[in-house]
Design a protein around this ligand. Structure first.
Ligand code: F6P
Length: 365
């Protein structure tokens, strides 16, 4: 009989509930008990008087895999938010670590499952460095976590982008407009690349491929000259203008909030091409709603595999997807570097083959 804790941390993501159901199901199958902590790592600071956790059972979690959001709540700031930039690690205050240790001992936890992205897995690593038995599950719509081919939630976000652009395209076509669609992804262009390719965007601008507005204008003009009514430009929130990433004037977890590039380039492109242009920022629609089937299945697989790691006492490790197989990797390796789009990868080459412009000199629509 084991007692295990589970928490999710950082921005929410479709599929979180599927992971929870996977962990609870696999633990129950082994006769173990599961405690779910509310509001990310903050739940670990619970006291006897203020409990921010509860026991999770197969009954209380039945079919939550179909639900968006997370039944446990989450935060991407607070006492454990240690990520201060790419590859940089902050520190957790010693009293916070002490309280965490106390909670783990008081509840007799044999292991803690941390479901989170690179910031949360960096926190998990710090907890494992003070001797806590931690395993990780990779979460983020951005798909930017190292050592796994995919994070759950990413494909659901791509689905939202695809469906949105399909809708945007019909109105753009009616009005002979250009539409600039800004998508999430932080410093990785996966959502823009997959979403843009799936919805047939004409231009895809990524953080990993530096672009020049002049090249984008050139490629859009060629399309219009060929008689194309609607023009679709997908831009990742982290795409750079020269060396500059555009940010909103607010911060989360000490990291700047990205955004604004869509509006900026929409204006510039409209001026240069004289095509009436609108900007749509898809924002948090990409994180909301029910997970698609792929993420439900990946979520329950990750959850059950995390319980497998605990059974084999393989701590400080994270479950990961390699090809079609679930494997495990060290959390340390997973957070070493961001998983970003390789500008020469097959997917980018396929897009170029289909005439997609990346706004660089190599592009020719
Ligand atoms: O990391 C997931 C993500 O959705 C990013 O794509 C985006 O930049 C960020 O979180 C938004 O964070 P918040 O919910 O704090 O606005």
């Amino acid at each position: 009989m084991m007692n295990i804790g589970i928490l999710n941390s950082g921005g929410d993501c479709p599929g979180l509930n599927a992971v929870i159901e996977g962990v609870v199901g696999a633990a129950h199958y082994r006769g173990w008990k599961v405690i779910g902590f509310y509001d990310g790592f903050e739940g670990l600071l619970s006291t006897e008087n203020e409990r921010r956790y509860e026991e999770l059972t197969p009954q209380s979690c039945r079919n939550i895999r179909a639900m968006g959001g997370t039944i446990l709540g989450t935060v991407n700031k607070g006492n454990f938010a240690i990520k201060v930039g790419i590859g940089e690690k902050g520190e957790i205050e010693p009293p916070v670590l002490e309280k965490t240790r106390e909670t783990v001992h008081r509840l007799n936890l044999d292991a803690l499952v941390v479901v989170g992205g690179d910031g949360s897995q960096s926190t998990a690593l710090l907890l494992s460095e003070i001797g806590l038995p931690v395993v990780g599950v990779p979460k983020t719509i951005d798909n930017d976590l190292g050592a796994t081919d995919l994070t759950f939630g990413f494909q659901s976000a791509v689905e939202v982008v695809t469906e949105s652009i399909d809708r945007i395209r019909t109105t753009a076509n009616s009005h002979r407009r250009m539409m600039v669609v800004e998508v999430m992804g932080r410093h990785a262009g996966w959502i823009a690349l997959y979403g843009g390719l799936s919805a047939g965007a004409d231009v895809i601008l990524l953080p990993e491929i530096p672009f020049e507005l002049d090249n984008v204008v050139r490629d859009i003009r060629m399309r219009r000259a060929a008689g194309q009514r609607e023009i679709i430009v997908v831009v990742s929130e982290g795409a750079k203008l020269g060396d500059t990433v555009m940010t909103l004037d607010a911060e989360t977890t000490g990291e700047v909030r990205l955004g604004g590039i869509g509006q900026f380039i929409a204006k510039k492109l409209e001026e240069a091409t004289e095509i009436e242009t609108r900007c749509v920022v898809l924002g948090h629609t990409q994180r909301g709603g029910a997970p698609i089937a792929f993420d439900r299945v990946l979520g329950v697989r990750f959850g059950s595999a995390a319980v497998g790691l605990i059974e084999r006492k393989e701590f400080s490790r994270m479950v990961a997807l390699r090809g079609t197989e679930i494997v495990s990797v060290s959390i340390e390796d997973a957070v070493k570097s961001l998983h970003r789009v390789d500008p020469d990868c097959q997917l980018v080459c396929t897009a170029r083959d289909l005439g997609v412009s990346f706004g660089d000199v190599a592009s020719r629509s």
